[in-house]
Structures are given as C-alpha cells and as structure tokens.
Design a protein around this ligand. Structure first.
Ligand code: DI6
Ligand code: FE
Length: 411
C-alpha cells in the first residue's frame, strides 16, 4: 500500500447519501491509496490503521476540496478560429445563414484538414491545459471537424494522445455526422452510409468511446440520426445527441429510445422530449457558453427537467464557432445567472452528472472506491465556485492520486 493522507479540509463530496447540501463534511480527511480513494470522512472518525505515521500527510489548512471537474462535451481538436464569423454575426448575419453559405463548421473542416497532426495536438493541448488549470480532470473530446475517414481518425488519435500526454482522463466521441462535407453535397444519405462504415473501422482501432450526431435542420435528419445510432448499437457503443439546439426535431425522444447517455443543448426540447429523457435516464447536458455566444434567447426547459428528475450536466461545448469557452467555472456562473441553476446544481452538473453523461461510474464524487481525482480550492464554501468571475481559486489538482505538478498545466 502507498497511502497518503489529506486532512484539515472541508469536503464537498457530492454524496447524496450524506443528506447535506453538497455532501459537505467539515474538518474532514481522505486517504488515497495509489490511484484511488480508500477512505473519506470526518477526521475524528479516521481509523488509526489508515493513518500510519510514515504515510505522507497533506495539511490543507481548512481549504475546500471537490471532486475533479468533468467537462463532458467539447470539440477541442480543430484548426483555425472563427473570429471573423463572430464579427459577421455581430453585424446581424445569423449562425445558420453563415453555415448555409458554406462557412461555419465547413470552414473549420478546411482548416483542420490543412493542419498537421502536430499542430492539431499542440493547439488542443494548450486548450486542454486552460481547462485543467481550473480543476478539470476529465474531458470528453468529439471528432467532427475531419469528416473523412482519414481526418476523423487523425482527430481521434490527437484526442487519445492528449490523454496520454497530460494528467487528464480523456473520453473520445465520434461525431462524423456533424456536418455534410462539400464532397457529399446533395448526397446526405450516402454520407451517412460512409459515416457508419468509418465508425466500424475507427471503433475497431479502439478510437471511439461513444457516438454523437448533430440532429438539426442545418445538419442531419431524425431518420439519418437513427441510422447512425443503429450502427453504434450494433458495435455496442453508447450514443449521445446534439438535440433541439436551434429547433425541435424530436431528437431527444429518438436518443432516449436508444438509451442515450446524454442529450445536449436542448433549448427547443418539448415536454414529450423531457418525459422520454426521464424514462431513459439520459442526462441533459446544458451548454450556457453556446447559448450566450449565439445570443440565444430561448431557455432550455430547466423547470420541466427538474420536475421530471432528469439529471442535468454542464459543459463548455468548447468549439470555434458557437462556444470558444475555455473556462468551466464561468459555465457554472452562467448556468446560475442565465439558466437559474442553484450553485449546488451547477457543481453537481460538472461532477456527478458530468461523469454520468460519459457513462463513468468511477469518478464524480469524493467517496471510498472512487478514483482519487480531486481539486483543492482557496475558497470557504462551494457556492463560491459559481460566484467569482475571472478569478481562478484552484490551488492543487490531483489526478488518479498524483498531484499535478505546475508544469503540465502552464504553457
Ligand atoms: N453544435 C454546436 O454548438 C457545435 N456543433 C454542434 O453540433 C458548433 C460547431 C461549430 O459551429 O463549429
Ligand atoms: Fe457541441
């Protein structure tokens, strides 16, 4: 056993069974053994056998500790930026009009294909480190800016490399059905055939943890989404969906039929969609960065999601077109101000429910048996995680039991 002891801290464990807001434990201790937590509780209850005198002790001087944060929806790997489109939108051109005119996702596809793998990795790594500096320990990364077998593979390989090079858990999601590439213009169904074939190949190469589709009038139809989901099911892969972001296509109800891990965006989600998600246990991943950056005014149906007990997660949706966000803490603040989340819902949304949206059961709370992924904050109370804007109170990040040295998360 290689035990270490973390003590004199206030833990926001997020364990519901404690029946405390945030699962709070004051004057707490945690025992880490290798990559995992083996004991979490009040310091006075710590069994002597778990605190041998030779074990390293970390005195946290009353600091707040939370589980490592989980960003469960990003499009981190891409070339170029789209600051020019931001300017166009500010002058009144809509996101959809830009996409229809061949800009939008397609312009990022061109820049991504033109970039070397080294450049893609370097840029994605810099972005990942921005998120990590604020306590992110697990990140989902979608493909979707390659849109050919070769280029989707490259993006997924870059995502896998990030997980190997950085002290970070990375989950990959294949989003080949993100936009129709110009070489398939007018042949969307043929493109979906190709996407299903690529999925089988890439899954065989171990590059795919989950499968996503952009189901929208500017992207793929419900019938096309169903075909991709059937291909995923045949391979035993879980599905997620970009659903009802710009219009109600009934995507969430379809995803629910396939037991989706999550449905994401959801501004235009109907009552039937909410009920279907509640039945399937899919997580609602809400993305205040995209809502804000697209100057969307229609709110996701937060009250209905709450009433039906649909778990809610939050994520950065980092991408160059609709959410150039590199701060997950800012998403907590925006979820409270824009979506009327409570600060506790916001923290649950980037811990327990973020893990669930990725199908991960080994992280998201501070409890014995979980991975030792946690963050020490220079804060008194967990509601401050949603409160400060532009301050980074993150003191120490621990991933799989190892404190992350400052090097990997500075440029
Ligand atoms: N919804 C989004 O918000 C991103 N993709 C998607 O399906 C936007 C992607 C982009 O504009 O590049
Ligand atoms: Fe997205």
């Amino acid at each position: 056993m290689s035990l270490s002891l973390w003590q004199n801290c206030r833990l926001a464990t997020l364990q519901s069974s404690l029946h405390q807001p945030y699962g709070l434990i004051d004057d707490a201790a945690m025992v880490v053994d290798g990559p995992g937590l083996i004991w979490v509780g009040a310091r006075r209850d710590l069994p002597a056998a778990l605190a041998p005198s030779h074990a390293p002790r970390h005195d946290l001087q009353g600091a707040l500790v939370t589980p490592g944060l989980i960003d469960c929806h990003t499009h981190l790997v891409y070339g170029g930026t789209r600051a020019n489109e931001f300017e166009q939108r500010l002058q009144g051109v809509s996101y959809e009009a830009i996409a229809k005119a061949g800009g939008g996702i397609r312009s990022t596809v061109a820049a991504t294909r033109a970039a070397s793998s080294d450049t893609l990795l370097h840029r994605a790594s810099a972005r990942a480190r921005c998120l990590m500096r604020e306590g992110v320990t697990t990140l989902e990364i979608k493909s979707g800016y390659g849109l050919s077998l070769e280029h989707e593979r490259r993006c997924l390989q870059v995502a896998r490399s990030l997980g190997q090079q950085l002290p970070l858990g990375v989950r990959t999601t294949f989003l080949g059905a993100h936009a129709l590439p110009s070489e398939f213009e007018g042949r969307a169904d043929d493109y979906i055939d190709a996407v299903c074939a690529w999925l089988a190949t890439l899954a065989g190469e171990g590059l795919v943890d989950a499968v996503d589709v952009f189901c929208e009038r500017i992207a793929f139809s419900l019938a096309q989404t169903r075909r991709v989901f059937e291909a995923a099911r045949a391979l035993g892969l879980p599905v997620k969906l970009h659903a009802e972001q710009l219009s109600d296509q009934g995507g969430a109800a379809l995803a629910a039929q396939f037991g989706a891990l999550s449905c994401d965006h959801l501004e235009y989600l109907s009552d039937d969609g909410v009920r279907a998600m509640a039945r399937s246990g899919s997580v609602a991943v809400l993305l205040p960065g995209a809502f804000y950056f697209l100057r969307e005014t229609r709110l996701p149906p937060i009250d209905a999601l709450r009433q039906h007990g649909v778990p809610m997660a939050l994520a950065s949706d980092h991408n160059p077109g609709s959410s150039p966000v590199l701060s997950l803490l800012l998403m907590l603040n925006m979820a409270c101000t824009l979506f009327r989340f409570t600060p506790e819902e916001a923290l649950r949304a980037v811990t327990v429910n973020g893990a669930r949206a990725l199908g991960l059961t080994d992280r998201g709370t501070l409890a014995a048996g979980q991975r030792a992924d946690f963050v020490v904050w220079a804060l008194d109370h967990p509601n401050e995680l949603s409160y400060w804007i532009g301050r980074n109170p993150c003191q120490t990040v621990v991933v799989a039991g190892q404190a992350v040295p400052p090097g990997p998360i500075t440029d």
